[in-house]
Design a protein. Structure first.
Length: 223
């Protein structure tokens, strides 16, 4: 489990407690922008140099984010909020990156929306999912609207087959479950609410197998 994923439930329910990076600038303490663009820097090669030093994580030729911002849940949420289209819900791999952190930044910007987005942003295609999303499956972290860890896990398992290999998905789901302390049964309830989804049967089988394994380990421990 990535250490950046360790956040208590209270962390996700106090959206007003944003990191100081969003506070107003003062002459003695300038604010570092969430996204850094080439026109914010002295020269066109500055972004590449900062990336080589590890100070900035470069997203494309023209933009990147301050590496230090990605070390906290609220910092990652602020990064995605500045990239994702307005009025959307961060989901799937983008949501998993916010909850867990780590490298690299996702290859797509995954959002739940009823709109279409033809253009890309920071070198990433905006991938839209039109899915039923209940209010209790969404949280606000600062200015970012995002699926809950449990809903994110379900979306990962129900992702298109063109997505990364199953071992990558399994690892992310297990990290989410460990970091945010939800059970496979919680995911099974969400999958039940989406039983008409194309990959609902696959998700049901996945979480049932994990729950069965947990039950067997628990039985052996206390028998």
């Amino acid at each position: 489990m990535h250490p950046a994923g360790r956040a208590s439930h209270s962390d996700t329910t106090r959206p007003s407690t944003l990191p100081s990076i969003t506070s107003a600038a003062t002459p003695c303490q300038p604010t570092v922008p969430i996204l850094l663009h080439t026109n914010d820097l002295p020269g066109p090669l500055s972004l590449s140099r900062l990336s080589a030093f590890g100070t900035v994580n470069q997203l494309d030729e023209f933009s990147g984010y301050w590496s230090e911002h990605a070390n906290t849940l609220y910092g990652r949420a602020a990064i995605v909020a500045s990239i994702a289209p307005f009025g959307t819900v961060a989901c799937t791999y983008t949501a998993a990156w916010v909850w867990l952190g780590g490298d690299p930044f996702p290859n797509t910007i995954d959002v739940i929306s009823t709109s279409h987005f033809r253009s890309s942003t920071v070198g990433r295609r905006i991938r839209v999912f039109k899915r039923l999303t209940l209010p209790e499956q969404i949280l606000k972290i600062g200015s970012l609207t995002i699926t809950t860890p449990a809903r994110t896990a379900c979306d990962l398992v129900m992702a298109p087959e063109s997505d990364p290999d199953p071992s990558t998905i399994n690892a992310l789901v297990c990290q989410l479950m460990s970091a945010y302390e939800f059970q496979p049964d919680d995911c099974l309830q969400i999958v039940k609410e989406h039983r008409h989804h194309k990959y609902a049967a696959r998700a049901k089988e996945f979480f049932t197998a994990i729950q069965r394994e947990i039950d067997e380990i628990t039985t052996e421990r206390y028998s």
